[in-house]
Ligand binder design. Structure first.
Ligand code: ASP
Ligand code: MG
Length: 422
């Protein structure tokens, strides 16, 4: 049977015209049939689309922001294509559709659905440009709408995959195309049973690559990054960070859980279940080996540092002089689940439950609203969550001294603190 490979290129790898040219260079000797290419939105486009939604919500001028975004994409096209290339009208067409989506009614209630209809344009526009450019270079790829392949439920912004449906679609629609051509599609987006666009969570394109690989029984996934592979700290924060040559699925999954942004947290599981290796490589140095993540069964004891920004520490205190019981934890977790909020850290004391969650518009407000009648709720915003896996004592001392710490937790293999850097 044909060996299928999946490549994923994130925002940084298509952030401008030079990056797109570099991407074409990567493909010059790698492009082949049975290759699926997943591309996400260019640079910080998704953030800009979020800002447009935010302005729209506040009834402020979102139109100029959308015009800036359109101009940015058209300028990239000017640098890549001849003046009369059809890509220009295709991009303008996407932006007309984007504006129509933003003009639709928006309330707090339909916010999540509205969000997905709008942010998905980042991927649609980027894949159009990349596909047209590759084809113009003689690198023929087929453009595929990911919403025809990835079926999800209607949990907008955090949609859950309908694996059965998606697998059938991949096998029946994608496989025959791959038999003849490489196929390029969008990360991050899917559609629910009613055909409405959904998204898989911010930075979810890695997960798309894993979904497609699992459903196609691919032989490997490669995530192309602006870093050499998976390192033991974010090299943008800690320049002395070291590269892992290989990592076990379990350890990589653990790192993503604590917030290592190099891979989306949901990526590992579908790959591990099918023993599909995941390569993380640099698009700036494509010949370098990068990191291989697979079922090595060997834990790597290197201390690993992970920092998560924009964290909120929320404390729920029992008000009636009773102690924290299972039922209290259950009440808090039920609300968190309904709001699709994930707990990054939990600590209970005699009379309180403290949790650390990511910042998300409206979510904290809704959580407090729901639980204020049962608990006294207090919170601190804009904190950092620092996790050290396999810590050395000296590191713990050093980092503890450089934070105003609000909460700290330790196990044999993990040290975590929540606070503000001094
Ligand atoms: N463009 C989306 C985001 O920035 C998805 C991704 O980059 O993976 O969240
Ligand atoms: Mg992105």
């Amino acid at each position: 049977m044909a060996k299928i490979a999946v490549y994923k290129f994130g925002g940084a790898s298509v952030k401008d015209s030079d990056s797109i040219k570099n991407l074409a260079d990567i493909f010059r000797n790698r492009l082949r049939k049975n290759l699926v290419i997943v591309v996400s939105a260019m640079g910080k486009t998704t953030n800009s689309l979020e800002e447009i939604i935010d302005l729209r919500l506040k009834s402020e001028d979102w139109y100029s922001k959308s015009a800036i975004l359109e101009t940015f994409h058209l300028k990239v096209c000017e640098e890549l294509f001849e003046q009369d290339h059809p890509v220009f009208s295709r991009i303008k067409n996407w932006f007309i559709q984007l504006k129509l989506a933003v003009e639709r009614p928006l309330t707090k209630e339909n916010y999540d659905e509205f969000y997905d209809q709008v942010v998905s344009f980042g991927e649609l526009v980027a894949t159009t440009i990349v596909m047209e450019y590759l084809c113009a270079q003689g690198l023929i790829v087929l453009w595929q709408d990911a919403r025809e392949l990835i079926r999800t439920n209607s949990d907008f912004r955090f949609a859950q995959v309908d694996w059965g449906w998606t697998r059938v679609a991949c096998q029946s629609q994608l496989l025959p195309k791959l038999d003849q051509f490489p196929v390029l599609t969008q990360g991050f987006i899917g559609a629910d049973a009613k055909g409405r666009t959904t998204t898989l969570g911010r930075e979810g394109s890695d997960f798309t690559a894993a979904i497609l690989a699992a459903c196609l029984d691919a032989e490997s996934v490669t995530i192309w990054k602006d870093v050499p592979g998976v390192l033991n700290a974010d090299p943008k924060r800690f320049p002395a960070a070291r590269l892992f040559d290989e990592l076990d699925y379990k350890q990589a999954a653990q790192m993503t859980f604590y917030g290592a942004s190099v891979i989306h947290p949901k990526t590992i599981k579908p790959l591990a279940n099918k023993s599909i290796p995941l390569f993380v490589k640099s698009f700036l140095n494509p010949e370098a080996k990068g990191t291989k993540i697979y079922g090595s069964g060997k834990p790597n004891p290197t201390p690993t540092l992970i920092v998560k920004d924009r964290q909120i520490l929320v404390t729920f205190q029992v008000t009636d002089f009773s102690f924290v019981e299972e039922q209290h934890i259950h009440q808090v977790y039920r609300e968190l689940d309904l709001l699709k909020l994930r707990v990054n850290l939990l600590q209970t004391s005699a009379i309180g439950i403290s949790i650390v969650i990511d910042y998300q518009l409206f979510k904290l407000e809704k959580l407090v609203e729901k639980l204020a009648s049962i608990f006294k709720v207090r919170y601190n915003e804009n904190l950092q969550l620092l996790t050290i896996l396999n810590p050395e004592e000296e590191m713990i001392r050093g980092f503890s001294a450089s934070y105003t710490i609000l909460l700290e937790q330790r196990t044999r293999t993990t040290f975590q603190l929540v606070g503000k850097p001094i």
